[in-house]
Design a protein around this ligand. Structure first.
Ligand code: SF4
Length: 301
Protein backbone atom coordinates (compact mmCIF):
# COMPACT_ATOMS: atom_id res chain seq x y z
CA UNK A 1 0.00 0.00 0.00
CA UNK A 2 2.85 2.35 0.80
CA UNK A 3 4.03 2.05 -2.80
CA UNK A 4 0.66 3.27 -3.99
CA UNK A 5 0.40 6.05 -1.42
CA UNK A 6 3.69 7.45 -2.74
CA UNK A 7 2.45 7.17 -6.31
CA UNK A 8 5.43 4.94 -7.01
CA UNK A 9 3.51 2.36 -8.97
CA UNK A 10 2.22 4.97 -11.42
CA UNK A 11 5.68 6.53 -11.81
CA UNK A 12 7.27 3.17 -12.57
CA UNK A 13 4.54 2.43 -15.13
CA UNK A 14 5.00 5.82 -16.81
CA UNK A 15 8.74 5.28 -16.95
CA UNK A 16 8.25 1.95 -18.72
CA UNK A 17 5.84 3.50 -21.20
CA UNK A 18 8.46 6.15 -21.98
CA UNK A 19 11.00 3.40 -22.58
CA UNK A 20 8.56 1.83 -25.02
CA UNK A 21 8.09 -1.46 -23.15
CA UNK A 22 4.95 -3.27 -24.31
CA UNK A 23 2.21 -2.84 -21.78
CA UNK A 24 -0.82 -5.12 -21.37
CA UNK A 25 -4.25 -3.50 -21.30
CA UNK A 26 -5.98 -6.06 -19.07
CA UNK A 27 -5.19 -8.65 -16.42
CA UNK A 28 -7.15 -11.88 -16.16
CA UNK A 29 -6.85 -13.90 -12.95
CA UNK A 30 -8.03 -17.48 -13.47
CA UNK A 31 -8.77 -18.58 -9.92
CA UNK A 32 -10.42 -21.92 -10.64
CA UNK A 33 -11.72 -24.03 -13.49
CA UNK A 34 -15.02 -22.22 -13.97
CA UNK A 35 -14.91 -22.97 -17.69
CA UNK A 36 -11.22 -23.09 -18.57
CA UNK A 37 -10.13 -25.13 -21.57
CA UNK A 38 -8.35 -28.05 -19.91
CA UNK A 39 -7.48 -28.56 -16.25
CA UNK A 40 -5.74 -25.78 -14.31
CA UNK A 41 -2.33 -26.41 -12.74
CA UNK A 42 -2.36 -27.11 -9.00
CA UNK A 43 -2.27 -23.93 -6.95
CA UNK A 44 0.59 -22.89 -4.72
CA UNK A 45 -0.64 -19.34 -4.26
CA UNK A 46 -2.36 -18.20 -1.10
CA UNK A 47 -4.02 -14.79 -0.80
CA UNK A 48 -0.80 -13.05 0.25
CA UNK A 49 1.12 -14.56 -2.67
CA UNK A 50 -1.58 -13.41 -5.11
CA UNK A 51 -1.50 -9.92 -3.62
CA UNK A 52 2.27 -9.74 -3.97
CA UNK A 53 1.96 -10.93 -7.55
CA UNK A 54 -0.64 -8.26 -8.30
CA UNK A 55 1.42 -5.43 -6.82
CA UNK A 56 4.39 -6.58 -8.90
CA UNK A 57 2.30 -6.71 -12.07
CA UNK A 58 0.67 -3.33 -11.43
CA UNK A 59 4.07 -1.85 -10.65
CA UNK A 60 5.35 -3.10 -13.96
CA UNK A 61 2.33 -2.37 -16.15
CA UNK A 62 0.29 0.24 -14.28
CA UNK A 63 -3.00 -0.47 -12.52
CA UNK A 64 -5.09 -2.35 -15.09
CA UNK A 65 -8.73 -3.39 -15.47
CA UNK A 66 -8.76 -6.83 -13.89
CA UNK A 67 -11.07 -9.74 -14.67
CA UNK A 68 -11.37 -12.52 -12.12
CA UNK A 69 -12.72 -15.90 -13.20
CA UNK A 70 -13.82 -18.14 -10.35
CA UNK A 71 -16.61 -19.46 -8.19
CA UNK A 72 -18.11 -17.35 -5.43
CA UNK A 73 -17.21 -20.07 -2.88
CA UNK A 74 -13.51 -19.71 -3.72
CA UNK A 75 -12.09 -17.58 -0.85
CA UNK A 76 -9.60 -15.97 -3.26
CA UNK A 77 -12.45 -14.34 -5.19
CA UNK A 78 -13.64 -12.00 -2.46
CA UNK A 79 -10.15 -11.25 -1.09
CA UNK A 80 -8.72 -10.33 -4.48
CA UNK A 81 -11.69 -8.20 -5.55
CA UNK A 82 -11.26 -6.22 -2.32
CA UNK A 83 -7.53 -5.93 -2.87
CA UNK A 84 -7.85 -4.82 -6.53
CA UNK A 85 -10.54 -2.32 -5.56
CA UNK A 86 -8.26 -0.80 -2.94
CA UNK A 87 -5.61 -0.40 -5.63
CA UNK A 88 -8.29 1.31 -7.79
CA UNK A 89 -8.26 -1.38 -10.49
CA UNK A 90 -11.71 -1.74 -12.12
CA UNK A 91 -12.83 -5.31 -11.37
CA UNK A 92 -15.05 -7.72 -13.25
CA UNK A 93 -16.02 -11.17 -11.97
CA UNK A 94 -17.11 -14.01 -14.26
CA UNK A 95 -18.76 -16.70 -12.19
CA UNK A 96 -21.55 -19.28 -11.97
CA UNK A 97 -24.69 -18.78 -9.89
CA UNK A 98 -23.84 -21.51 -7.42
CA UNK A 99 -23.08 -20.12 -3.93
CA UNK A 100 -24.28 -16.61 -4.74
CA UNK A 101 -26.60 -16.19 -1.76
CA UNK A 102 -27.80 -12.77 -0.59
CA UNK A 103 -25.01 -12.70 1.97
CA UNK A 104 -22.38 -13.57 -0.63
CA UNK A 105 -23.85 -10.97 -3.00
CA UNK A 106 -23.68 -8.29 -0.31
CA UNK A 107 -20.06 -9.31 0.28
CA UNK A 108 -19.17 -8.85 -3.40
CA UNK A 109 -20.84 -5.43 -3.46
CA UNK A 110 -19.02 -4.38 -0.29
CA UNK A 111 -15.73 -5.67 -1.72
CA UNK A 112 -16.10 -3.03 -4.43
CA UNK A 113 -16.89 -5.20 -7.46
CA UNK A 114 -17.63 -3.08 -10.56
CA UNK A 115 -19.08 -5.61 -12.96
CA UNK A 116 -20.48 -9.15 -12.63
CA UNK A 117 -21.21 -11.78 -15.26
CA UNK A 118 -23.19 -14.83 -14.14
CA UNK A 119 -23.03 -17.80 -16.45
CA UNK A 120 -26.53 -19.06 -17.08
CA UNK A 121 -27.17 -22.51 -15.64
CA UNK A 122 -27.99 -25.15 -18.18
CA UNK A 123 -25.63 -23.70 -20.76
CA UNK A 124 -22.22 -24.51 -19.28
CA UNK A 125 -19.31 -25.75 -21.34
CA UNK A 126 -18.46 -28.59 -18.93
CA UNK A 127 -20.96 -31.36 -18.46
CA UNK A 128 -20.77 -31.43 -14.66
CA UNK A 129 -21.73 -27.77 -14.47
CA UNK A 130 -24.82 -28.40 -16.57
CA UNK A 131 -26.29 -30.14 -13.54
CA UNK A 132 -26.79 -26.80 -11.80
CA UNK A 133 -30.55 -26.15 -11.74
CA UNK A 134 -31.89 -23.08 -13.51
CA UNK A 135 -33.40 -21.93 -10.20
CA UNK A 136 -29.88 -21.52 -8.80
CA UNK A 137 -29.09 -18.90 -11.42
CA UNK A 138 -32.40 -17.12 -10.85
CA UNK A 139 -31.80 -17.01 -7.09
CA UNK A 140 -28.25 -15.74 -7.66
CA UNK A 141 -29.44 -12.97 -9.96
CA UNK A 142 -32.16 -11.89 -7.52
CA UNK A 143 -29.60 -11.88 -4.67
CA UNK A 144 -27.09 -9.65 -6.46
CA UNK A 145 -29.78 -7.28 -7.73
CA UNK A 146 -31.19 -6.93 -4.23
CA UNK A 147 -27.71 -6.33 -2.75
CA UNK A 148 -27.06 -3.71 -5.42
CA UNK A 149 -30.34 -1.94 -4.70
CA UNK A 150 -29.85 -2.06 -0.92
CA UNK A 151 -26.32 -0.64 -1.16
CA UNK A 152 -27.21 1.78 -3.99
CA UNK A 153 -24.05 1.02 -6.00
CA UNK A 154 -23.63 1.19 -9.80
CA UNK A 155 -22.57 -2.49 -10.13
CA UNK A 156 -23.31 -3.80 -13.63
CA UNK A 157 -24.95 -7.23 -13.68
CA UNK A 158 -25.02 -9.41 -16.78
CA UNK A 159 -25.88 -12.95 -17.77
CA UNK A 160 -23.86 -14.97 -20.22
CA UNK A 161 -25.13 -18.12 -21.88
CA UNK A 162 -22.94 -20.65 -23.64
CA UNK A 163 -23.90 -21.21 -27.25
CA UNK A 164 -24.38 -24.91 -27.85
CA UNK A 165 -26.34 -26.32 -30.71
CA UNK A 166 -28.46 -28.51 -28.42
CA UNK A 167 -29.54 -25.58 -26.26
CA UNK A 168 -29.29 -22.65 -28.68
CA UNK A 169 -33.03 -22.71 -29.29
CA UNK A 170 -33.48 -21.87 -25.58
CA UNK A 171 -31.29 -18.77 -25.70
CA UNK A 172 -33.94 -16.23 -26.82
CA UNK A 173 -36.08 -17.47 -23.90
CA UNK A 174 -33.11 -17.10 -21.56
CA UNK A 175 -32.64 -13.53 -22.77
CA UNK A 176 -36.33 -12.78 -22.05
CA UNK A 177 -36.04 -14.27 -18.55
CA UNK A 178 -32.91 -12.23 -17.89
CA UNK A 179 -34.73 -9.05 -18.88
CA UNK A 180 -37.66 -9.93 -16.63
CA UNK A 181 -35.28 -10.57 -13.73
CA UNK A 182 -33.85 -7.06 -14.20
CA UNK A 183 -30.27 -7.73 -15.31
CA UNK A 184 -28.54 -4.98 -17.29
CA UNK A 185 -27.22 -7.01 -20.21
CA UNK A 186 -26.75 -10.44 -21.71
CA UNK A 187 -24.13 -11.95 -23.98
CA UNK A 188 -23.53 -15.25 -25.69
CA UNK A 189 -20.54 -17.27 -24.54
CA UNK A 190 -19.06 -19.03 -27.58
CA UNK A 191 -17.50 -22.43 -26.88
CA UNK A 192 -13.70 -22.39 -26.54
CA UNK A 193 -13.35 -24.96 -29.29
CA UNK A 194 -15.75 -25.55 -32.14
CA UNK A 195 -18.03 -28.58 -32.08
CA UNK A 196 -19.20 -30.33 -35.23
CA UNK A 197 -21.86 -27.85 -36.28
CA UNK A 198 -24.53 -28.73 -38.77
CA UNK A 199 -26.81 -26.62 -40.93
CA UNK A 200 -28.94 -25.64 -37.92
CA UNK A 201 -26.27 -23.37 -36.46
CA UNK A 202 -26.91 -20.45 -38.81
CA UNK A 203 -30.61 -20.54 -38.00
CA UNK A 204 -29.77 -20.46 -34.29
CA UNK A 205 -27.42 -17.51 -34.72
CA UNK A 206 -30.15 -15.66 -36.65
CA UNK A 207 -32.45 -16.16 -33.66
CA UNK A 208 -29.87 -14.57 -31.36
CA UNK A 209 -29.49 -11.52 -33.60
CA UNK A 210 -33.17 -10.68 -33.00
CA UNK A 211 -32.34 -9.33 -29.54
CA UNK A 212 -30.36 -6.10 -29.91
CA UNK A 213 -28.13 -3.71 -27.92
CA UNK A 214 -28.00 -2.21 -25.39
CA UNK A 215 -29.48 -5.27 -23.65
CA UNK A 216 -27.86 -7.92 -25.86
CA UNK A 217 -24.19 -6.94 -26.24
CA UNK A 218 -22.69 -9.91 -28.08
CA UNK A 219 -20.70 -8.18 -30.85
CA UNK A 220 -21.95 -8.93 -34.40
CA UNK A 221 -18.45 -10.22 -35.21
CA UNK A 222 -18.86 -12.87 -32.52
CA UNK A 223 -22.25 -13.94 -33.89
CA UNK A 224 -20.73 -14.09 -37.38
CA UNK A 225 -17.81 -16.11 -36.02
CA UNK A 226 -20.19 -18.61 -34.43
CA UNK A 227 -21.37 -19.60 -37.89
CA UNK A 228 -17.80 -20.45 -38.89
CA UNK A 229 -16.58 -22.45 -35.90
CA UNK A 230 -15.01 -25.75 -36.86
CA UNK A 231 -14.83 -29.07 -35.10
CA UNK A 232 -11.95 -29.17 -32.60
CA UNK A 233 -10.53 -25.75 -33.57
CA UNK A 234 -10.44 -22.62 -31.39
CA UNK A 235 -12.61 -19.80 -32.75
CA UNK A 236 -13.16 -19.37 -36.47
CA UNK A 237 -10.81 -18.78 -39.44
CA UNK A 238 -9.17 -15.33 -39.52
CA UNK A 239 -9.84 -13.18 -42.57
CA UNK A 240 -7.43 -10.37 -41.69
CA UNK A 241 -5.92 -8.40 -38.83
CA UNK A 242 -4.27 -9.76 -35.71
CA UNK A 243 -5.56 -11.35 -32.53
CA UNK A 244 -5.66 -8.76 -29.71
CA UNK A 245 -5.16 -11.31 -26.92
CA UNK A 246 -1.46 -10.41 -26.69
CA UNK A 247 -2.67 -7.24 -24.94
CA UNK A 248 -3.79 -9.31 -21.99
CA UNK A 249 -1.87 -11.11 -19.28
CA UNK A 250 -3.56 -14.12 -17.74
CA UNK A 251 -2.23 -15.25 -14.38
CA UNK A 252 -2.73 -18.92 -13.56
CA UNK A 253 -2.92 -20.66 -10.21
CA UNK A 254 0.74 -21.77 -10.38
CA UNK A 255 2.05 -18.18 -10.94
CA UNK A 256 2.55 -18.79 -14.65
CA UNK A 257 1.56 -16.01 -17.05
CA UNK A 258 0.32 -16.31 -20.62
CA UNK A 259 -1.89 -14.48 -23.10
CA UNK A 260 -3.43 -17.30 -25.16
CA UNK A 261 -4.41 -20.71 -23.75
CA UNK A 262 -4.04 -22.40 -27.15
CA UNK A 263 -0.46 -21.48 -28.00
CA UNK A 264 2.44 -22.73 -25.86
CA UNK A 265 4.80 -20.32 -24.17
CA UNK A 266 3.41 -19.52 -20.71
CA UNK A 267 6.23 -18.34 -18.46
CA UNK A 268 6.72 -18.42 -14.72
CA UNK A 269 6.04 -14.98 -13.28
CA UNK A 270 8.60 -13.58 -10.88
CA UNK A 271 9.62 -10.25 -9.50
CA UNK A 272 11.78 -9.66 -12.60
CA UNK A 273 8.91 -8.35 -14.68
CA UNK A 274 11.38 -6.23 -16.64
CA UNK A 275 12.11 -9.43 -18.52
CA UNK A 276 8.52 -10.61 -18.87
CA UNK A 277 8.02 -9.09 -22.33
CA UNK A 278 11.16 -10.78 -23.58
CA UNK A 279 10.21 -14.07 -21.96
CA UNK A 280 6.81 -13.95 -23.62
CA UNK A 281 8.21 -12.87 -27.00
CA UNK A 282 7.95 -16.30 -28.63
CA UNK A 283 4.42 -16.74 -27.24
CA UNK A 284 3.36 -13.35 -28.60
CA UNK A 285 5.00 -14.08 -31.94
CA UNK A 286 2.80 -17.19 -32.26
CA UNK A 287 -0.22 -15.05 -31.37
CA UNK A 288 0.67 -12.52 -34.08
CA UNK A 289 0.86 -15.31 -36.64
CA UNK A 290 -2.31 -17.11 -35.49
CA UNK A 291 -4.80 -17.73 -38.28
CA UNK A 292 -7.85 -18.08 -35.99
CA UNK A 293 -10.24 -15.57 -34.38
CA UNK A 294 -11.42 -16.51 -30.89
CA UNK A 295 -14.67 -15.04 -29.59
CA UNK A 296 -14.73 -16.11 -25.95
CA UNK A 297 -14.81 -12.97 -23.71
CA UNK A 298 -11.74 -14.19 -21.80
CA UNK A 299 -9.83 -13.85 -25.07
CA UNK A 300 -11.11 -10.42 -26.11
CA UNK A 301 -9.26 -7.79 -24.06
S1 SF4 B 1 -3.97 -16.26 -30.66
FE1 SF4 B 1 -6.01 -15.40 -30.41
S2 SF4 B 1 -7.20 -16.25 -32.10
FE2 SF4 B 1 -5.35 -17.48 -31.92
S3 SF4 B 1 -5.96 -19.21 -30.63
FE3 SF4 B 1 -5.11 -17.60 -29.28
S4 SF4 B 1 -6.85 -16.39 -28.59
FE4 SF4 B 1 -7.51 -17.61 -30.35
Amino acid sequence: MKLLEKGWIDLRARFRRLRGASRPSRLLLRLDDLDAPGPLPATDLNVEAWQTQLVELYTWAGVLPTVLVGRVGNPLVSSLIRFCHRLEAPTTLRTAGSGLSLRAAEGLVDDGLDSLWIRMAGAASHEQLCEEPLAVTHDAVRAILRARADRKVPLKVGIEAVFRLESARELPGIFREAKELGVDRVRVLPPWVGPAWDSRQSVMVDLLALERPPFHITPPTVLAGLREMEDGQPGSPRHGGRCPVGGQLEVMTDRSVRSCPFHPGAVAASSSFDQLSQQLAAHHDRIRRCDRVCHHPDLMP
